[in-house]
Design a protein around this ligand. Structure first.
Ligand code: ATP
Ligand code: MN
Length: 467
């Protein structure tokens, strides 16, 4: 076969130099046609759109044609011609076809319309579907948007550790990391495991959040963000929780809670705008196929200011709803940790736009949050979104050494884990704030997918770590 430089389909579909000889490589999505001429829809992953290959059967050997089946990988040389029937401006009149990889009829993606559940069982192949191609291209684009947003504003990308020896990051159940022989664990007289001979000489885990280390950096570099994997061994089998997920955590010196809310709102709107500007074809596909309200919801978020509301006022609204006969599965009272149904009621039914809920009871929030004068609440903020519930959790941090120390002691957090963190408050402490955005929760919003397992390539959830 003649060697011609490859053109990606995304670039080819924009070209107008009809008559040019081109090469494309990709996978067969469908093949149809008559005894004289066949039409192959070829996709190479660069775009959701396929290019149509027109094959004049008389020009090709029968044995070769037999190998052109759904899923097979082809290299095609041909002439670019203007198309009338393919839905695209361009199609290719095939001159030479090389079958790079055959695909027999055991290929599970022969037909369209598989359920999301089935596709999760073949997560190694699902990127080849239109839906998952779209989702993973959007996922890439959102990662780029995030780096660009922070970089353009002078934030530094700071790498916090994935293995940590502090078990008090305060954000959830941790996975242990050990090289010890689990069949023969050394224990002391009290029956506790002795970690002296373990790899790190102490108990270690996978991080649940980079925040504490992020604070160390923010109080030196001024403004930083982390963007990495985090791990939570919470046994919550919900459409919004993963055991391994990616989190973005900006942390900014001299920002108070109001600055923090401004940053969160500007940041999310930037990401949503980026998806509309840079992933238009994929977003439109997902809108048309899965979620007819998607684009409208994305535009809605851009248009409106987020509501800013104290937790106490949020509870009042929910209590009024209950009084008027609205049924929640979980009870509503001051002090309760809001369930997703409560968050979504505020966002979807009451305000009909995103809500930033602030000043939560200190008992349901982490030890490092700045305490309010009332002695009962802390300067926490959760950003609540339609369809998702909590998408961001953050706070102004307690900058006062004595107050922070008192809270740590009150909660019985061991000092051996906290001394280095307390040093930020001992040496040149400053007001500072930050938040954590769950990357996959953002993707749920932007793609309109309804299960978090479908916006990460290889989901890890209770009893599932396949692929
Ligand atoms: P939730 O109440 O929804 O379980 P959280 O309050 O435990 O969340 P934070 O500790 O505040 O979560 O984490 C910051 C952000 O990380 C959350 O706002 C959410 O977007 C995301 N997040 C938290 N836990 C998970 C998880 N298990 N899977 C995916 N994303 C998560
Ligand atoms: Mn939270």
């Amino acid at each position: 076969m003649e060697k011609i430089g490859r053109t990606k389909i995304i670039d080819l579909l924009k070209r107008e130099d009809f008559g040019a000889t081109v090469n494309v490589k990709g996978w067969v999505r469908t093949r149809r046609g008559s005894k004289q001429v066949n039409f192959i829809a070829l996709n190479d992953g660069s775009t959701i759109n396929n290019v149509q290959i027109v094959v004049d059967l008389a020009n090709f050997n029968e044995d070769l044609l037999k190998l052109i089946t759904t899923g097979a990988c082809l290299s095609v040389n041909g002439v670019m011609v203007e198309s009338v029937g393919s839905g695209q401006k361009v199609e290719i009149q095939a001159r030479e076809i090389d079958v790079l990889g055959t695909c027999d009829n055991t290929y599970p993606l022969q037909k369209k319309g598989h359920s999301m559940e089935f596709l999760r069982e073949i997560a190694h192949l699902r990127p080849r579907t239109n839906t998952f191609g779209a989702v993973f291209r959007i996922r890439h684009n959102m990662a780029i948007a995030i780096h660009k947003f922070f970089h353009d504003r002078g934030f530094f990308y700071f790498h916090t550790p994935i293995i940590t020896a502090s078990d008090c990051e305060g954000a959830g159940q941790m996975f242990q990391v050990t090289t010890m022989n689990l069949y023969d664990l050394k224990k002391n007289e009290a029956g506790s495991i002795v970690y002296d001979n373990d790899f790190f000489g102490k108990q270690a885990s996978l991080t649940v959040s980079g925040q504490l280390e992020g604070e160390l950096a923010a109080t030196a570099l001024g403004a930083i963000y982390t963007f990495g994997p985090t791990f939570r061994a919470e046994n919550s089998n919900t459409p919004r929780h993963l055991a391994e997920f990616w989190m973005i955590e900006p942390e900014v010196a001299f920002n108070d809670i109001a600055d923090n809310m401004d940053l969160a709102e500007e940041f999310i709107k930037y990401c949503v705008q980026w998806a509309l500007d840079n992933c238009a074809d994929d977003v439109k596909f997902l809108n048309d196929m899965f979620d007819k309200g998607l684009i409208e919801r994305l535009l809605g978020v851009l248009k409106e200011d987020f509501v800013r509301l104290a937790y106490t006022d949020g509870i009042k609204i929910l209590e009024e709803a209950v009084a008027k006969g609205h049924k929640f599965e979980f009870p509503v009272y001051w002090g309760v940790d809001l369930a997703s149904e409560h968050e979504r009621y505020l966002v979807e039914e009451h305000f009909k736009r995103p809500v930033i809920l602030t000043d939560y009871p200190k008992e349901i929030k982490a030890f490092y949050m700045k305490q309010n004068e009332d002695g009962k609440t802390v300067r926490a903020m959760d950003v609540l979104f339609p369809k998702i519930g909590e998408i961001i959790g953050g706070s102004e941090r307690e900058a006062d050494y004595e107050k922070l120390l008192a809270r740590i002691k009150e909660l019985g957090i061991p000092m051996k884990d906290m001394w280095w963190y307390l040093d930020t408050r001992k040496f040149g402490s400053c007001p500072h704030s930050g938040f954590g955005l769950g990357f996959e929760r953002l993707l749920l919003f932007v793609t309109g997918m309804s299960n978090i397992r479908d916006v990460i390539p290889f989901p890890r959830t209770p009893k599932n770590a396949e692929f």
